[in-house]
Structure formats: structure tokens, C-alpha cells
Design a binder for this molecule. Structure first.
Ligand code: ADP
Ligand code: NI
Length: 216
């Protein structure tokens, strides 16, 4: 099967897997991560086929959707085998999706390949800026979290266990993750994009607090 055919089959596979998701992991999140990954790859290099597959499949195996991480990896692995992707590329893609997820500020990044670093950057950029703000409120609503509560303070340096269980407010999620992302970009190209999205979130928060007190 040629690579283009594998990509278009994978697009259909992913659309089907994620359909109906309202937690911020719908097809259009995947579309944006794919688009950003390709933009970054043009400048940073790396194997485009592996990057495209990893971007497309990165949330299918997410720890938030499967009973355990291995089950999700199995699903992706079987899919790639069914598409006759060569075993080196399969290993590369699986390594990426096993290590992509943000697990709280104190977890060390285990990603090593340039392809993985790029897709991880793209995934993190999609949590920033106007899109990131929208996704965060959508996710908070999905979890039933409060939008903002001035009496609940953000938790700095969360451990993975705390992060996974966090039922904090959506505004606190800005301090627990979104505003930290700018300094966690792997590639120079992603840093530039993040530098443009970051101040937008700060301006948003400034305005939010002013409106909260009836000052704007
Ligand atoms: P991804 O797997 O795409 O990196 P996540 O699964 O960590 O993203 O989160 C999906 C979206 O929901 C992101 O925009 C993220 O910032 C947001 N999000 C994750 N956890 C929370 C939370 N506790 N409160 C509000 N938004 C959250
Ligand atoms: Ni994602």
C-alpha cells in the first residue's frame, strides 16, 4: 500500500474512533495537530510519514480513554499492521504515542525522536491560544468542574497522580498547565508559535478578572 493510501485510511479510522467526543479530543483536534506538525516538520525535518501517523493516532491510545494504556497501544499497533506499515515505522509511531501525553509539571519528558518532539509540540500548541482557551473550557464543562472559584488556589508542580485526578477549576488549569507550555516546547519553530499564543492567554486572564469584578 502506498503511504498516501495508508494516511487516508488512517484518517477514516481515527474519525470513526473519536466521533462524538466532547472532551477536546475530537477529529478537529487531530486535524489541527496534523496541520501544525506538518508546518513544523517543513522547517525542523524528520520523517513525514511517521509524523503524520503519530499525529493522527496520538489520542486513540490516550490513558484517559482506555482502561489501561496497553490496550490503546494494542489497538494502534494492530491498525498499523493491518495497513502493512513496516515494523520500524510502527515502532517509531508507538514510541511517540506512548510518550506524548502531558502528565503534570514534575514529570520528565521521555520523548527522544525528532518526529516525536514535533508531534508533542503540535499537541501542546493546540492547548494554547484562542483554541486552547476554548478546549479548556469545553473540557472543564465535560468534567463538571467549576469555571472559576477565587477561593480555590492553583496547585504548583503537580505530580502525575494529582494531575490525573484534578477536579480544580478551569481557570486554575491555566496555571497548572497552559501558561507553563511556552517553556516546554522542544523545537525552535514551535517556540515561536507558542510565543505568539502565550500573551493572548495572559491578556484573556487579565480581562477575565476585570470582568469578574465588574471593572470592564
Ligand atoms: P492532549 O491529550 O490533547 O494533550 P489533554 O487530554 O491533556 O490534551 O487535554 C485536552 C484539553 O483539555 C487540553 O486543551 C487541556 O489543556 C484541557 N484540559 C486537560 N485537563 C484539564 C482540566 N483539569 N481542566 C480544564 N481543562 C483541561
Ligand atoms: Ni492531543
Amino acid at each position: 500500500m502506498d503511504n498516501q493510501k495508508v494516511i487516508s485510511n488512517t484518517i477514516e479510522f481515527v474519525k470513526d474512533k473519536l466521533k462524538g467526543d466532547s472532551s477536546g479530543h475530537d477529529w478537529w483536534h487531530i486535524y489541527r495537530v496534523l496541520t501544525l506538525s506538518k508546518r513544523i516538520q517543513k522547517i525542523e525535518g524528520g520523517n513525514l510519514f511517521v509524523i503524520e501517523l503519530a499525529a493522527l493516532l496520538h489520542d486513540v491510545a490516550d490513558w484517559k480513554f482506555n482502561t489501561n494504556e496497553n490496550e490503546g497501544i494494542e489497538v494502534v499497533s494492530n491498525w498499523l499492521k493491518s495497513q502493512h506499515v513496516d515494523s520500524t515505522a510502527i515502532m517509531d509511531v508507538l514510541h511517540i504515542i506512548q510518550n506524548i501525553s502531558y502528565k503534570g509539571e514534575s514529570e520528565k519528558n521521555k520523548m527522544i525522536s525528532i518526529e516525536g518532539l514535533i508531534v508533542q509540540d503540535a499537541d501542546r500548541i493546540d492547548a494554547m491560544g484562542a483554541i486552547g482557551i476554548a478546549r479548556t473550557f469545553a473540557f472543564g464543562g465535560y468534567k463538571g468542574n467549576e469555571m472559576h472559584n477565587p477561593t480555590i488556589k492553583p496547585i504548583a508542580q503537580m505530580k502525575f497522580d494529582q494531575y490525573k485526578k484534578s477536579n480544580g477549576t478551569t481557570i486554575n488549569h491555566f496555571y497548572e498547565k497552559l501558561l507553563l507550555l511556552k517553556d516546554r516546547m522542544n523545537t525552535e519553530t514551535a517556540k515561536k508559535i507558542a510565543d505568539s499564543r502565550h500573551p493572548f492567554m495572559q491578556d484573556y486572564l487579565d480581562r477575565f478578572y476585570k470582568e469578574w469584578e465588574g471593572l470592564e
